[in-house]
Structure formats: structure tokens, C-alpha cells
Design a binder for this molecule. Structure first.
Ligand code: PMV
Length: 349
């Protein structure tokens, strides 16, 4: 039976949650307050379906006297059939989020966290967004708390991956700039509104050299940072209205331009950040070639070299085939708009 809001968990409790990654149409890049994950600008994304993270959280409460601190937590990552140590950097970020959630819930105890991604981590596919959204949903429910999606979004936002705030909703999502309590993502339209496809041409599946956290830190050193912000209100409105109207011909040009703007800021930051590889440019040319042939295909890239290509379902086979024909493409992940997180009792990992 699910516990009621605010009830203390009496026993050990395990929950498994799943959340989709997301691809930003208008990017989060740069922060007003990075520590509190208050972004410099509003962002808009589409939640993905196939690129997901699954996270099992077990919470073992301890009474007031016992040590329930981060030292007792266990963090594991699934690699194939094995659960491995995910490495110091990832573990540190997970432990910091678990501390925040314990403090928020006002409880002591230890977590066991096991996480699995269905896609390559840290390669311009936001594994940290889905990973921290799934972690936050699983841990909050393992703590016996029932909260609104807005509150989950604000909690996920603090994880160190601000874009995780958008992955607590399905469909099309906007994360506005707000002060601490109000800085939570909200849905624009649910997944059934528009069956948009995202074909992810993977040209690099290893971890990227500069984390998005470092990118946010450096963003304001770019002479184009403020200029991008000035142009954003118009872009945001064009993206919102194209989503409402299910109009890819209106959405595509803004999304492609916005991705180039993000990388322009990154490349002109001090020190500069180059996420693109030669294959990224080759794929941008392929997408233009598809459009010249009458196919509605539009590209966007997050903080990595991989290229996400948006298209309508009827064009998906043709676009995927063309992307797969590029020698530098390792594989094409065929994704589409996904729903919000789901969770169930029990530890599956
Ligand atoms: O959520 P973070 O800190 O990993 O930053 C995400 C940055 C981008 O993926 C490049 C853009 C976005 O809004 O998702």
C-alpha cells in the first residue's frame, strides 16, 4: 500500500522508477545561480521514450542515534548483467542528491541506488537528465513521500543536472527561470499531442571532454552570451506556438538555429569548448540535403558531437536510412516523444 503524504517510512522500502531523457529545443546554457540550479534562461524540451534511465532505490531508515549519513549509501551502475562502481564523479553527484533528499524529508538512513541507462552515457544524449529524474522519483517514493510533479521537478533540478527538472514530465516541457521554490518545469503539451520523432545519429559514444556543468560555468565568458539571451524571448514564443500547432516547418528552423547558437557560445567561451566533431558538420550537411530533397528533417545537438534529427513519423525510415549511410555514424537510435516517469514497488536492479 502506498504511504500517505508526509508519513515517515517505518520499514525498509524499495522503489524502481523509470524516466526518459529529453532533447532541448531551446537549451539551458549558463546559470544565474549554478549552485541552486537557477538557469540564465527558460528552456523547452521534448521528453524521449526509448532513451531512458531505470533506477532502483532502497531506503533503510535508521533511528535518531544511528549513523545514517552518506557513508552508508551504496551507488551502483548496471553494465550489461553486472552492477559496477560508477566511478567517483558520478557517485559524488548521486550522494549529494541523496543528502539533499534526506534533508528535505527530514529523515536519517541509508540508500542503495542501482541505475541502468538504455543508451550511451555522456555523449550529447542527456543521461544525467533521465538518470537524476529517475533517481529523484525512486528515492522520494522510497522515502515514503508523495509529492506533485512540480515539486519532483524542483527537487530533480537541484541534482547538478538542471535539465533533469524537465524529465519529470512527459511530452513537451518548459523550464522557466524562477526563484528557488518556483523554478520547476511545467508541461506545454503531453506526448499524445504530437508524434514527433528524434533520430539520434551517434558519432561519439565515449564520455565528453567538458561536462555541461563546466559549460554552464564558462558560458557567460562568451561575448555572444548576452546576445543569445536577448534573442531568446522571440525564439521561445516561436517554439511554443510551433509545438501547439504541431508545425515542424515552423519549429525546425528555430531549433536548428538555437543549437548552433549554443555551440557558438561554447566555442567562444574562455577557455573555448568544442563539442562538434567533423562528423557533426557532415551530418548537418546531410540534414540540409534531406530538406533540399523535400524531407522535413531538422537537426539539434546538446553538449556533445551527436546529432539529433527531428522528423515526422512518415519520414522516419528514409531519414534513418540516410543517416545510417554516413560512414562516421556508429548507429542511429530511433526515438520519439515519451511519457512522464513511472514507478513501482520493489528493487529490480
Ligand atoms: O542539465 P545539464 O546541467 O546537464 O545541462 C544540459 C545542457 C544541454 O543539454 C546542452 C541543454 C539542455 O537544456 O538540455
Amino acid at each position: 500500500m502506498r504511504s500517505v503524504a508526509g508519513a515517515e517510512p517505518m520499514n525498509e522500502r524499495s522503489v524502481t522508477a523509470e524516466a526518459g531523457s529529453n532533447i532541448a529545443f531551446v537549451k539551458y546554457w549558463g546559470a544565474r545561480d549554478l549552485e541552486r540550479a537557477i538557469p540564465a534562461n527558460p528552456s523547452i524540451s521534448m521528453t524521449l521514450d526509448a532513451c531512458r534511465s531505470v533506477c532502483s532505490a532502497t531506503f533503510r531508515p535508521s533511528d535518531g542515534g544511528a549513523e545514517g549519513g552518506a557513508g552508508a549509501d551504496e551507488v551502483l551502475l548496471a553494465e550489461g548483467d553486472r552492477l559496477v562502481d560508477p566511478g567517483a564523479a558520478f557517485t559524488r553527484r548521486v550522494l549529494a542528491q541523496l543528502d539533499r533528499l534526506r534533508e528535505w524529508a527530514g529523515v536519517r538512513g541509508a540508500f542503495r541506488i542501482a541505475t541502468r541507462n538504455t543508451f550511451p552515457a555522456a555523449a550529447g544524449i542527456a543521461s544525467s537528465a533521465s538518470g537524476f529524474a529517475a533517481l529523484t522519483v525512486a528515492a522520494v517514493h522510497a522515502l515514503g513521500r508523495e509529492v506533485s510533479s512540480s515539486e519532483l521537478s524542483a527537487l530533480a533540478r537541484r541534482s547538478g543536472s538542471g535539465s533533469a527538472s524537465r524529465s519529470v514530465w512527459g511530452g513537451f516541457v518548459e523550464w522557466p527561470v524562477g526563484d528557488e521554490a518556483l523554478c520547476a518545469a511545467q508541461p506545454i503539451a503531453d506526448r499524445d499531442h504530437w508524434a514527433l520523432c528524434d533520430l539520434i545519429a551517434v558519432v561519439e559514444s565515449g564520455p565528453k571532454e567538458v561536462s555541461s556543468l563546466d559549460g554552464h560555468r564558462r558560458a557567460a565568458t562568451s561575448p555572444y552570451f548576452e546576445r543569445r539571451l536577448e534573442r531568446l524571448p522571440d525564439k521561445l514564443e516561436r517554439v511554443r506556438s510551433a509545438i501547439r500547432a504541431r508545425d515542424l516547418a515552423a519549429l525546425g528552423p528555430v531549433v536548428e538555429e538555437e543549437a548552433i547558437d549554443l555551440h557558438l557560445v561554447a566555442m567562444s567561451s574562455r577557455p573555448p569548448i568544442f563539442y562538434w566533431q567533423p562528423a557533426t558538420l557532415a551530418l548537418l550537411a546531410v540534414v540540409r540535403e534531406l530538406r533540399a530533397a523535400g524531407v522535413g528533417a531538422w537537426a539539434t545537438m546538446d553538449a556533445g558531437a551527436n546529432v539529433h534529427v527531428l522528423c515526422e513519423p512518415e519520414d522516419e525510415p528514409r531519414v534513418a536510412e540516410r543517416l545510417e549511410a554516413e560512414p562516421a555514424v556508429e548507429r542511429v537510435l530511433r526515438d520519439r516523444v515519451g511519457g512522464g516517469p513511472i514507478w513501482r514497488e520493489g528493487a529490480e536492479l
